[in-house]
Ligand binder design. Structure first.
Ligand code: GRF
Length: 212
């Protein structure tokens, strides 16, 4: 699986999340199975008792609650600075947003230009925002899926790195569709991160491709 790129040092990934951490778990599992040549240097959460922190600790990974107050939906000001200080201290090269429910602002975007990835549970640009799988179902879409994209100042608007498609079934509920999308997320995020680990990601405007 990992041939010559093993000669590169492992990619130093920081994970930011606010919730369950199933994507963080998938990243950790991919590393354990040697599908991803990386090390998770820390997991940071803006939610004090988020399960994602517990999962990381069980894995022996530094996991910290970092307040983003007083803001509710963005990472800005002192909160942004707290995150930046920790990301530098832990030596993060790439930031993986795994269910981090905040919009990033300039300080963070400039410090990690083209090095912040987000996973979104829809085929962007369709259905940005929250509960995207439900939006797709309610709209009557026949395909749904997930998107790994670079993060910019918008909400789910950055250049697309990778997408995986899921068929919508006639008998799908929001829960069943979400579960199948999450299965694909757990494949997509480690895959996209491995491209970074291999140094293969190239970006030109909105276009992202993987160099051989
Ligand atoms: C995922 O569905 C992801 O697409 C969205 O937030 C959710 C996080 O789930 N951005 P988890 O915390 O990784 O389980």
């Amino acid at each position: 699986m990992m041939g010559p790129m093993n000669e590169r040092p492992p990619l130093q990934i920081a994970i930011l999340g606010s919730g369950q951490g199933s994507n963080a778990q998938a990243i950790l599992d991919a590393i354990d199975r040697q599908r991803l040549h990386a090390r998770v240097v820390c997991v940071l959460s803006d939610v004090e008792n988020a399960p994602i922190l517990e999962r990381a600790r069980r894995h022996g990974i530094p996991a910290e609650f970092v307040s983003a107050a007083p803001f509710k939906t963005k990472l800005d000001g002192d909160g942004e600075q707290r995150y930046l200080d920790l990301l530098r201290r832990y030596g993060a090269e790439v930031v993986a947003l795994a269910g981090f429910m905040r919009i990033l602002k300039r300080g963070m975007l400039e410090a990690f230009s083209h090095r912040i990835l987000n996973i979104h549970p829809a085929l962007l640009p369709a259905f940005p925002g929250v509960e995207s799988w439900k939006q797709a179902l309610d709209y009557g879409a026949k395909v749904a899926g997930c998107t790994v994209h670079l993060v910019d100042a918008g909400t789910d608007t950055g250049p697309i790195v990778l997408q995986k498609v899921v068929s919508v079934r006639d008998d799908d509920t929001a829960a069943s569709l979400h579960a199948r999308i999450q299965e694909q997320e757990h494949l997509a995020f480690p895959e996209a991160l491995q491209w970074f680990a291999e140094g293969r990601i190239r970006v030109a405007g909105r276009r992202v491709w993987t160099a051989r």
